[in-house]
Design a protein around this ligand. Structure first.
Ligand code: GAP
Length: 488
């Protein structure tokens, strides 16, 4: 691998070539920052979803899942603060007309300084930017850009507009929706799944007889009109989130914030990724709803970047929904406090864990993508192998008859029929066995079995392990148990 940018490009090409991820509506030249998952990408994504869902709900007795609609009453987004606050400071280059997120523009400049070895200056620029962002000091940000003569990548000039806020929500028309003041209202495509949980807080709490502390989890699409939307599926305009809101007693938020930081990091490590590839990043500028927040960052081929956010959201959302909807969002807590009195009625505080599904797909792909040089003295050879954790691999078992005759396909089909109810299998009889193995390596299939003439004599097959490429003979009756043990 020459460098990490090359690795990133290689992953993008690999995803397209092997049916993982395609640009959206590609026959019309694609749609910027929108992607489609192909046959193997969607299996991978689904396996990640299932793994998250099970670890959050099945493994936590006090967390349940819901599936709320994407469209929500427009007042939701006024109450949540998104109409007024879900915006980023932007700046336009007057010559190229290209619009940039100010933090991305300055971060890009800092990266250039670092690449030139000027780390000290880069850190100083970033620290100044953080200070201006924390104070919403737009003049300061513009001056910082001008003082450093930061240029537009397209026009090459430093001819900038003032810094302004730009709302990131998409909106559309919703025929019959009428707001409380009688005006037709636009509806938004949700920019986060969290609000679907907040507006259902009482429904779930009452019908599920949930006692605080408890959580509500959800997986679903979210939409943001991202300005700088490049870097493949890292930053998309339509993406999926896996979010969990954990409802707690006011005053206990520090303790639960630390709990969920630790718990979520454990989940990441359970993917088989070493801890050196992760780090926490505390937010300097807090979102409008948070009193503490951090990101879990993963070391992507494009550098350390956010995969998941953990936010202490106080009672901001429930309190605002109570105010806008005029419906009580309170919980009655009959547990006793230290003075022996019931805690009584209160609006719960919330700790949120919010992980991007597409970013997790990219993380798993980045971790799995491996180019191996297998050359020997006699011949040059190499392979690309996706070393997915077996539990996440799109295909678990490839079933390969050595030849298309002599009754071998029939035995292979029998094995397929036996295993396909338990996990995803793939049957293939075309091409040489070597080519078929390499193709399965490129799809990340952890196990291949080959049915050959010896199978007819002693009911054994060759099982080949993806990562070591080692092979051994096993009895047909043991295949299912071997695979099931290794994917569980
Ligand atoms: N409910 C809180 C919330 O939405 P966020 O930090 O804005 O917080 C949470 O988003 C996660 O969603 C991020 O950590 C990231 O993984 C993912 N995400 C956010 N914007 C994204 C985008 N444009 N494309 C892909 N994933 C995105």
């Amino acid at each position: 691998m020459a460098n990490d940018t090359n690795k990133f490009q290689a992953i993008i090409s690999h995803c397209k070539e092997y049916g993982f991820i395609f640009p959206s509506s590609e026959i019309y030249d694609g749609l910027s920052a929108v992607y489609d998952y192909g046959q193997w990408g969607s299996e991978l994504k689904k396996n990640i979803k299932d793994y998250w869902w099970k670890s959050m709900t099945q493994m936590h007795e006090n967390i349940v899942g819901i599936d709320a609609a994407i469209f929500m009453h427009p007042t939701t987004w006024k109450a949540s603060g998104h109409v007024d606050n879900f915006s980023d400071p932007m700046i336009d280059n007057k010559d190229s007309k290209k619009r940039y997120r100010v933090d991305h523009l300055i971060e890009g400049y800092a990266e250039e300084l670092k690449a030139k070895g000027d780390t000290q200056n880069a850190e100083a620029v970033l620290a100044e930017m953080d200070a201006f962002l924390a104070k919403d000091d737009f003049e300061g940000l513009k001056k910082l850009i001008e003082d450093h003569k930061i240029k537009c990548a397209i026009s090459g000039t430093s001819n900038w507009t003032d810094v302004r806020q730009f709302n990131l929500m998409f909106s559309t028309e919703f025929g019959s929706t009428v707001s409380s003041d009688g005006e037709d209202n636009k509806v938004y495509l949700r920019p986060e799944t969290a609000q679907g949980i907040f507006v259902n807080f009482l429904n779930v709490q009452k019908t599920g007889r949930m006692k605080i502390p408890f959580g509500i989890a959800q997986i679903g699409k979210a939409f943001r009109n991202e300005i700088v939307a490049r870097q493949f599926i890292f930053r998309m305009r339509e993406f999926e989130q896996m979010e969990m809101q954990f409802f707690i007693r006011p005053g206990s938020q520090k303790q639960w914030y630390e709990f969920w930081k630790e718990e979520r990091m454990k989940w990441h490590l359970s993917l088989g990724i070493v801890k050196e590839k992760y780090r926490f990043h505390d937010h300097v500028k807090l979102a409008h709803y948070a009193d503490a927040a951090c990101d879990i960052e993963y070391d992507f081929p494009i550098g350390f970047k956010e995969v998941e956010g953990i936010h202490s959201r106080t009672d901001f959302d429930l309190r605002n929904h109570q105010e806008y909807s005029k419906k009580k969002m309170q919980y009655f807590d009959n547990d006793l406090d230290e003075n022996g009195k019931p805690y009584g009625n209160y609006i719960p505080y919330v700790i949120e864990t919010s992980i991007g599904l597409d970013r997790t797909v990219l993380m798993i792909l980045s971790e799995a993508y491996t180019e191996e040089d297998l050359s020997t003295e006699e011949r040059k050879d190499n392979r690309v192998v996706l070393k997915f954790p077996p539990k996440l691999a799109p295909i678990k078992l490839a079933i390969l008859p050595l030849v298309k005759k002599d009754g071998l396909p029939e035995i292979a089909r029998e094995i397929m029929n036996d295993c396909k109810f338990s996990f995803r299998c793939f049957y293939e009889e075309k091409d040489t066995i070597g080519k078929r193995y390499r193709r399965m390596d490129a799809l990340g299939t952890p196990f291949c079995i080959t049915i050959d003439h010896q199978t007819k004599e002693d009911n054994t097959v060759t099982i080949r392990y993806r990562d070591t490429m080692q092979q051994e003979r096993v009895h047909i009756n043991t295949i299912k148990a071997i695979v099931e043990k290794l994917i569980s």
